[in-house]
Design a protein around this ligand. Structure first.
Ligand SMILES: [Zn+2]
Length: 317
């Protein structure tokens, strides 16, 4: 199980979780004075890669102090329980709204099984293992923990999900953003220019809290943002502006279909056209075609999440 790694400054290693395909989802290992932490874990199938990465870094399983999923979606936290079972000294640090689901993952499993089916569930996520509540530390907004002489601060960042925090690390001047700072795949990077898009996965997309979360991230003036999907981006102010515009556009598109039939498909078509327009200034027609195909799974998830949000608005109206 040879892991695919990207090494960044400040003892941060990006590890490919191998979820869906190479380059789709990452998690991170951070080290300080022999103390280690994983930020996001990938799925149960990722765990062998994480243990192998420790070996490559000459670290023991005893050296891992913390396992820190940014939120409890299974591509970020599905492997947390299995990983914790291999790490005798580790505490799980998690958002208050995520903690119950890590201690008893039944609802997470049922939710994902409903979406993906029993057989696919196992293939995609492997084994989802409950975590002993005595090993779980809840991190509220602005709470801090120490890793060696490094301080990690947690920022409550709803918008993608209400159980989402981001992790600010002063040492790297970086923020681990989970899904709050959107998706930006390395395949789509052109020179030093990144392309970013939001991830509005079911079931807790909320535009207004998301804008506030982006403001909170920008207020820390980070030099680096470490995305789960995928890797480090540095043009923070520009990307945040684009992300905010995209979220607003997604919300506007969605609201057009209030009480409409077949709204999910219509939303799906509209966000795809919008995406293609966004790509036009920087990419050839051939590349746009290629990236539209490449982003199909994300567009499907985004449309499904927007539809859930629309249904909530319809019910409240
Ligand atoms: Zn997510």
């Amino acid at each position: 199980m040879q892991p695919t790694l990207i090494e960044y400054d400040a003892d941060i290693t990006c590890i490919d979780t191998m979820y869906l395909h190479e380059g789709h989802a990452a998690c991170y290992l951070m080290v300080n004075n022999g103390h280690a932490a994983f930020i996001d874990t990938g799925t149960g199938n990722t765990v062998p890669y994480l243990l192998e990465t420790l070996k490559l870094k000459n670290l023991n399983i005893q050296d891992v102090d913390y396992v820190i999923p940014t939120h409890v979606h299974l591509d970020h936290a599905g492997g947390a329980g299995l990983l914790m079972s291999k790490l005798p000294n580790a505490k799980l640090v998690i958002h208050p709204r995520g903690a119950p689901h890590m201690i008893n993952p039944e609802k997470l499993i049922a939710g994902a099984t409903a979406v993906y089916g029993q057989e696919n569930f196992k293939k995609l996520f492997g084994e989802v293992v409950p975590i002993d509540e005595h090993r779980v530390v809840v991190a509220k907004d602005n709470d801090e923990i120490e890793l060696g002489d490094r301080v990690l601060k947690f920022l409550d960042t709803p918008g993608h999900a209400r159980h989402h925090f981001c992790v600010y690390d002063k040492t790297s001047d970086g923020i681990f953003s989970g899904d709050t700072f959107g998706l930006s795949y390395r395949e789509m990077q052109k020179g030093s220019v990144d392309f970013i898009l939001p991830t509005t996965t079911p079931v807790q997309f909320e535009p207004e809290p998301w804008y506030a979360s982006l403001d909170k991230i920008l207020a820390h003036n980070p030099k680096n943002i470490y995305l789960t999907h995928f890797g480090c981006v540095t043009e923070i102010v520009k990307l945040a502006k684009e992300l905010r515009q995209d979220i607003a556009k997604y919300a506007e598109i969605t609201k057009q279909y209030l009480h409409a039939n077949n709204s999910e498909n219509k939303i799906r078509e509209d966000i795809e056209s919008y995406l293609q327009k966004r790509l036009q200034p920087n990419y050839s027609n051939e590349e746009i075609e290629q990236f539209t195909q490449f982003l199909q799974p994300d567009l499907n998830l985004n449309a499904a999440g927007l539809k859930v949000w629309l249904s909530r608005i319809e019910k409240a109206a």
